[in-house]
Design a protein around this ligand. Structure first.
Ligand code: SAM
Length: 210
């Protein structure tokens, strides 16, 4: 009951709490990354839909995966308000309800910190990508500063309630997956607390022969 209340609150306040970061440059970074999306595209953990305005016209089909009902309600509302044609599905990253090789582009933004098993999610993303397809990622990750990493390892409140692991080395996980990292930049999430400030932005490709 308490967790449900918290998840409702998290979804209801998500855009407000993210507002300072979005206005301080995150919005532009989303835009620049998603400019690479083309063709049939799947976003996993779409949240309230903060990426929706950034998909370029080259995206011909948009499937949005969101397992949280409170987030999903807001996602549907935003897509409708924007007139954005999108399939919105209740599913999880480790079980995507699509046949193999369905998509040209996959997107995760601040989602791999939340999935129970990053390799299971990356394996499923690889499966639904067509050979040569691209994963665009935007994630907050483990800090290189041992003092901050030690704090991240404690996973303090409220991260456990929202299932977020701020201590993950997500770049290493992507490198260990079947995807080949094509570009990556490490930076700082603007206006974020130190525990979730380190971020990676980049693209990884499914081999054309896979
Ligand atoms: C921090 S939010 C990010 C939302 C959005 N992508 C953004 O950039 O603002 C993480 C999202 O991942 C979703 N999520 C959590 N576990 C998931 C899973 N196993 N599979 C797919 N999405 C998941 C959450 O419901 C939430 O909407």
């Amino acid at each position: 009951m308490l967790r449900r209340l918290f998840l409702w609150l998290y979804a209801a306040t998500y855009d407000v709490f993210n507002g300072p970061a979005e206005r301080a440059g995150l919005r532009e970074q989303r835009h620049d990354l998603l400019a690479q999306a083309t063709g049939d595209t799947i976003e996993i953990g779409a949240g309230t839909g903060l990426n929706l305005t950034h998909y370029p016209p080259a995206v011909t089909r948009l499937a949005l995966i969101e397992p949280d009902a409170y987030m999903s309600r807001r996602l549907r509302r935003r897509a409708a308000q924007l007139g954005r044609d999108a399939e919105i599905l209740d599913a999880t990253a480790d079980q995507l309800p699509f046949p193999d090789a369905s998509f040209d582009t996959a997107v995760v933004s601040f989602t791999l910190c939340s999935v129970p098993d990053e390799q299971a999610a990356l394996s499923e993303i690889t499966r639904v990508l067509a050979p040569g397809g691209l994963l665009l990622f935007f994630e907050h990750v483990r800090s290189a500063d041992p003092r901050i990493a030690a704090k991240q390892d404690k996973i303090p409140f409220p991260y456990p309630l929202i299932g977020c692991h701020p201590n993950r080395d997500t770049l290493r996980e992507i490198q260990a997956s079947p995807l080949a990292v094509e570009s990556v930049r490490t930076g700082e999430l603007p206006k974020a607390p130190k525990i979730e400030r380190t971020m990676i932005v980049g693209a990884a490709r499914k081999p054309a022969t896979a």
